[in-house]
Design a protein around this ligand. Structure first.
Ligand code: TYM
Length: 329
């Protein structure tokens, strides 16, 4: 059975970008693949979270994974920092990752701009840690949103390079996976291209119905089309892209036709969108609350997952050490 790996940083609650870009694929893939879904707490250290928040944040994502329907009997769910083997591979990969290529990654440049007082080496080597997460289980598919494409390219490059240097085929080249035929980018409804925490425009799975309604109704629109079948301005396109992801095909087509014959009322479209989002999130929200309060169960699942992930990681690490030349003296 092919192996799948993916992770999410515990930097707050899951939002619709995380859900439609990643988690929805997890749900499908857990039935068909050998899946490892983890909580990337080491990656979150690049922004220096407070010590008292580390466990709390990991617990939040764990409860949200379960509430979304990730099933610990089907997939291995674990916390990254429980699998120390990843760090050893991270070190090996760093030995063959070059400063120039790391500095050139878009996400590094963006982060360096956003946090100029904290351009740490962890930020620079973020893609090697991510590659280690993936390669430690020899994953072939990685369900992620469009924003991770460059990190995925780097992971493939590091895998290839390792194989070439050591004359081995130890690592498969991991491919990004998306539910639709192209990578998903959930747009923000505030006119920005992407829904994201640092953009401050997220709709969270934990938001109640009223909050969701308010956020959706505030979506930026314009006066509406005056020429039939005209091209959509970017903010309107975002609204339609969002609807395409969240609503049914019929709903999308209904509003698209209204746009094309210039009879669209954005208020109606937003009401429909809000209702569709709420239909998705309401049951998840209720389950998040149930799981969050069951810390005993969360601890049990994390422990079980850690053991399974360690086993797989230790197996790969043994091969890696052998290939690199670490043998008994
Ligand atoms: P993170 O925590 O930023 O995001 C988690 C997942 O959510 C997706 N995502 C989106 N997808 C579509 N539209 C959006 N607006 C949107 N916002 C977020 C992301 O693409 C991602 O799939 N580097 C990763 C975490 C990571 C990882 C890994 C992932 C660490 N190691 C190994 C896969 C494999 C990250 O920061 O994701």
């Amino acid at each position: 059975m092919e192996t799948v790996v993916s992770g999410i940083r515990p930097t707050g609650n899951l939002h619709l970008g995380n859900y439609f870009g990643a988690v929805k694929s997890f749900l499908q893939m857990q039935n068909e693949y050998n899946c490892y879904f983890f909580i990337a707490d080491w990656h979150s250290l690049t922004t220096h979270p407070k010590p008292e928040d580390i466990v709390k944040s990991a617990r939040t994502i764990l409860a949200e994974y379960l509430a979304c329907g990730i099933d610990p009997d089907k997939a291995t769910i674990y916390i990254q920092s429980d699998v120390k083997e990843v760090l050893e591979l991270y070190l090996y990969l760093n030995m063959n990752a070059y400063l120039g290529e790391l500095e050139r990654t878009t996400s590094f440049k963006e982060k360096a701009r956003k946090q100029p007082d904290n351009v740490n080496a962890g930020l620079l080597t973020y893609p090697t840690l991510m590659a280690a997460d993936i390669l430690i289980h020899k994953a072939v598919k990685v369900p992620v949103g469009k924003d991770q494409e460059q990190n995925m390219e780097m992971a493939r490059k590091f895998a290839r390079r390792f194989n070439t240097i050591y004359g081995t085929e130890l690592f498969p080249e991991p491919a990004s996976y998306s539910l639709s035929d192209k990578a998903i980018k959930v747009p923000g409804l505030d006119g920005s291209g992407k829904m994201g925490k640092s953009e401050g425009n997220c709709i969270y799975l934990m938001d109640d119905a009223e909050t969701i309604r308010k956020k959706v109704m505030k979506a930026v629109t314009d006066a509406g089309p005056t020429v039939p079948n005209s091209e959509k301005p970017e903010v309107i396109q975002n609204l339609f892209t969002f609807m395409d992801i969240v609503s049914t095909k019929d709903t999308y087509n209904f509003f698209n036709e209204k746009y094309n014959d210039c009879s669209i009322r954005y208020g109606d479209m937003k009401k429909q969108l809000a209702a569709d989002v709420i239909a998705y999130t309401e049951p998840i929200r209720e389950r998040i609350m149930e799981y969050s309060s069951n810390t005993e169960l969360l601890a049990k699942i994390a422990k079980q997952g850690a053991e399974k992930a360690q086993e797989s990681a230790a197996r790969t690490l043994k091969e890696i050490r052998e290939v690199i030349g670490f043998r008994e003296i």
